[in-house]
Write a protein that binds this ligand. Structure first.
Ligand SMILES: [Zn+2]
Length: 482
């Protein structure tokens, strides 16, 4: 989000809402609150909306282990420190009282990555918590649970059988979303501004990754507790592994359709829509359709090309950011600028710029700039790309605009990296193309969506368009109620 800020600022008026992750709020509260205030001030009709994603699942992700030590992850990372500093920092991060020993697996020898030599004064590596997640954890967990953060993946057992503990957690997550923006303005010059800001468009339930019957049971108890808090604009968040979803989507839909919360946000991290099987897409479509038929508003957290076609089957919305594109995996990645990758709207896939160019060049229908505009994209950014040179060589025009490279600034590296401009152009094209698709698809009937996919397939007759056949078959199966 911080990396995506320039795009958000320039395109802010076009979108129906902002989606902000709580850990980023914790790392840059003033920048993000300023962005939201500007957004709310700029976008009046329909009024600006934003959502704060509580990202609680991060605290439930199992860490990879090597020789008894955890790996770097979004939540924790190894840092070289003196022994004393390491001890101080670990006590602070994990809330370890002086009376208690520091767990051995939080410190290791910097060279061997094994146990440290107690007699040596050399520097050590300490598994410290990432500051933004540590701050978030301070705000949403009671002390008994906060002390386990980073030491183990949190799950049902940590919240015990006493519902009071779970209710307290759920209440804190709700309060966090409702109050965090207002609290940014407390005691400062613009305190009144904080009072008048609208709350988030939806309040999201806490959520953990559903992979088994036990984790579904845990999430169901979270959803029930969330219901009991009677949040008017509550959304039950459902993050579920693809394999569990395929076995149990009916049970999940049933549990969700009995909730008071009328909005469902779904995230299946491994579902890559262009690689998915027909069965997977049909199951996903039926899930959406089942919930939409029981008056649920279903929103896909990170939807791909096929999800656009599901707008006609009751999907209410989807979210896309240039940093991750069409799918987002469960393991949170650490920073890094979004790579330059190009989205081909008519194909519903996004890949590296060179890969995208190769796919286009293998398409016999694309030989000129006009062909590019007809079969790939005709958004204003692509039109600019094609108008930059006088001759009709679309490939060079494309590469000069979206694939522009400069030598890396990293010392000792002789790699070429995308220019800032090229990265921005790819990101804007992606956001704009998705928005144009969304506006069109939202108006379609199921027959219209099917027709659209068939038209796209005609633009991509070769192997690169084969997944469109799968999408077409999935829509036909949905239409026949299979
Ligand atoms: Zn475009």
């Amino acid at each position: 989000m911080t990396k995506e800020r320039p795009y958000v600022e320039k395109t802010v008026a076009m979108f129906t809402g902002l989606f902000i992750k709580a850990n980023l709020f914790e790392s840059a509260p003033s920048a993000l609150s300023a962005l939201i205030v500007r957004y709310v001030g700029t976008v009046k009709s329909p009024p600006a909306r934003y959502v704060i994603d509580p990202v609680t699942y991060v605290f439930g992700v199992e860490s990879e282990m090597h020789d008894g030590f955890g790996d770097d992850s979004a939540l924790c990372h190894w840092r070289l420190l003196t022994k004393d500093d390491a001890a101080r920092k670990l006590r602070q991060d994990y809330h370890i009282p002086e009376t208690q020993e520091i767990p051995r697996n939080l410190m290791r020898d910097a060279d061997t990555h094994g146990n440290i030599d107690p007699g040596s004064d050399r520097k050590v590596e300490a598994l410290v918590l990432t500051r933004s997640y540590a701050h978030l954890a301070d705000k949403i967990f009671a002390d008994s649970i906060r002390r386990k953060v980073g030491l183990r993946a949190l799950g049902q057992a940590d919240f015990g059988v006493d519902n009071g503990v779970l209710d307290d957690f759920v209440g804190k997550v709700i309060d966090y979303q409702q109050g965090t923006l207002k609290r940014c303005f407390e005691g400062v010059k613009y305190q009144e501004l904080g009072e008048t800001l609208p709350g988030p468009a939806y309040i999201l339930s806490p959520y953990f990754y559903i992979k088994s019957d036990e984790s579904l049971e845990f999430m169901t108890s979270i959803w029930h507790s969330f219901d009991a808090h009677q949040v008017a604009n509550g959304a039950a968040v459902t993050m579920v592994s693809k394999s569990y979803f395929m076995n149990s989507w009916r049970e999940i839909a049933c549990a969700l359709s009995h909730l008071e919360a009328k909005t469902v946000m779904i995230w299946i991290p491994e579902l890559q829509e262009d690689l998915a099987t027909q069965d997977e897409l049909v199951a996903f479509g039926q899930f959406v359709h089942t919930l939409a038929s029981s008056n649920r508003l279903v929103i896909n957290f990170y939807g791909g090309g096929f999800s656009m076609s599901l707008l006609s089957y009751g999907l209410a919305g989807l979210m896309n950011g240039p940093g991750y594109g069409l799918q987002r995996s469960a393991i949170p990645v650490k920073g890094g600028a979004p790579a330059a990758s190009f989205y081909i709207p008519t194909l519903g896939v996004r890949s590296g710029v060179l890969g995208a160019l190769q796919v286009m060049m293998s398409n016999p229908l694309i030989g000129s700039k006009q062909d590019f505009l007809d079969h790939v994209c005709s958004c204003p950014i692509c039109r600019t790309a094609m108008s930059k040179s006088a001759d009709d060589d679309y490939a060079t025009a494309f590469w000069n605009y979206y694939g522009e490279l400069v030598p890396s600034k990293t010392p000792g590296s002789n790699r070429l990296v995308p220019t800032r401009d090229a990265t921005d152009r790819n990101a804007f094209h992606f956001l704009l193309a998705r928005l144009l698709e969304f506006r069109a698809e939202r108006q379609y009937s199921p027959a219209g969506s099917l027709q659209q996919l068939r038209t796209y397939r005609k633009s991509w007759p070769g192997r690169s368009g084969e997944h469109l056949d799968t999408w077409v078959r999935a829509l036909v199966a949905l239409e026949n109620g299979e």
